[in-house]
Design a protein around this ligand. Structure first.
Ligand SMILES: [Zn+2]
Length: 159
């Protein structure tokens, strides 16, 4: 059974969030940190990094688990509102980095391959296309602010 790798990539991202140095930081929530993804090939792609370094969702105490899922859904709603997504895709994988995190991908009706999952469409790391769609604070700051604003409204309306 996979176990959390101490100071894993997610732990390091969380440390950046705590220090205020994460370029994609959207907001701190009760159970996690909402951040914009490194790749913006799917514009608005965001993650919820769990503060608890659990490997599996079922390892979280029930109250934390439900709160984490609720906050993931809140982030997803905010991403949908900020991007005008046609559909959302949710993924919780962690096969390489065993620290609970959810991916939220906005999908658009205009996509050429709407039946394919995101991972098989991602540009090859280091390619010109991947570099062109990488998170860029100067370009993506407004998007981050829009998701943050929508998230605050979603949370204010649901709690
Ligand atoms: Zn970790």
């Amino acid at each position: 059974m996979a176990t959390h790798q101490p100071n894993c990539e997610i732990c390091q991202r969380i440390a950046q969030c705590e220090a205020g140095t994460h370029a994609g930081l959207i907001a701190e929530l009760d159970t996690g940190w909402a951040v914009l993804g490194d790749s913006q090939q799917f514009r608005g792609y965001s993650l919820l990094l769990c503060k608890t370094p659990a490997t599996e969702l079922h390892e979280l105490p029930r109250g934390t688990r439900l709160r984490y899922l609720e906050e993931m859904a809140q982030l997803a709603e905010a991403v949908a509102k900020a991007t005008g997504a046609h559909k959302l895709n949710y993924e919780c994988l962690g096969n390489m980095v065993h620290h609970l995190h959810f991916h939220v991908f906005p999908r658009q009706a205009s996509e050429s391959q709407p039946k394919l999952p995101v991972w098989v469409q991602m540009h090859q790391a280091g390619s010109k296309e991947a570099l062109a769609s990488a998170l860029e604070p100067a370009r993506d700051g407004q998007l981050i602010a829009s998701i943050r604003d929508a998230l605050h409204k979603v949370r204010a309306g649901s709690e």
